[in-house]
Design a protein around this ligand. Structure first.
Ligand code: G3P
Length: 229
């Protein structure tokens, strides 16, 4: 039996900690506390996606929603190495990213992972690399879809600048399938990058290096949140 659908507040800034040294272990907690401070200062929704090894520790210390970066659909039991949705929930995750281009899932596994997570009341933010894939993953009914062209990830040019049509087309293609908020990500650094994303129809942004690798991550979070209206 499915848990009731609980929409999250948008627009939203999601910071993906990936496996950077600057966002692992003690550094993950420091960054998470800064994200919480930025959310409180601006009154805007910030979520963070941390590694499974940091999840319980971080989720116990901050009030903003903490996501996992990946979940497997396998249930609890004899499934060595799997990250079960039950374990994520028990560790304090409010949800999870799924199908990030650095952790891709096959269609069957993805749709089952979304179903299993939703059953437990976990928020699902499903990534896609382009507008066709965005529409495809939207048909599995995650809570949000995040479009990220892989070639722009980790770079200095944002998706909203380099490929605005990917964002616009994704918003349109997803809306044809379901009323799911679409986020965009890849190369996002500035207030303008975020403003442009919102203008293109995105309900938020998914970022990593622009915050995690910055000299002053708090300053960058605030700058991005200024563009999120
Ligand atoms: O999940 C966010 C991500 O892939 C974007 O990375 O470093 O380009 O902000 P980045």
């Amino acid at each position: 039996m499915s848990m009731p659908y609980k929409p999250l507040k948008t627009p939203v800034l999601i910071i993906n900690f990936k496996t950077y040294k600057e966002s692992t272990g003690k550094n993950a907690l420091k960054l998470a506390l800064l994200a919480e401070k930025a959310s409180k200062k601006t009154g805007k929704q910030v979520m963070i996606a941390v590694q499974p090894t940091d999840l319980r520790m971080v989720a116990g210390k901050v009030s903003i929603p903490v996501l996992a970066q990946h979940a497997d659909p396998e249930p609890q039991g004899a499934h060595t190495g799997s990250v079960s949705p039950e374990a994520l929930k028990d560790a304090g995750a409010k949800g999870t990213l799924l199908n990030h281009s650095e952790k891709k899932l096959s269609d069957n596994v993805l749709s089952e992972a979304i179903r299993r997570c939703k059953e437990l009341g976990l928020v699902t933010v499903c990534c896609a690399t382009n507008n066709t894939k965005a529409a495809k993953v939207a048909s599995y009914h995650p809570h949000m879809v995040a479009v990220e062209p892989p070639e722009l990830i980790g770079g200095n040019v944002s998706v909203s600048q380099a490929s605005p049509e990917v964002v616009e087309k994704s918003v349109k293609s997803v809306l044809r399938v379901s009323r799911i908020p679409v986020l965009c990500g890849a190369g996002i650094h500035t207030t303008k990058d975020v403003q442009d994303s919102v203008r293109l129809g995105a309900k938020g942004v998914l970022v990593a290096s622009g915050v995690v690798k910055a000299k002053n991550p708090y300053k960058e979070m605030i700058a991005m949140l200024e563009g999120l209206v």
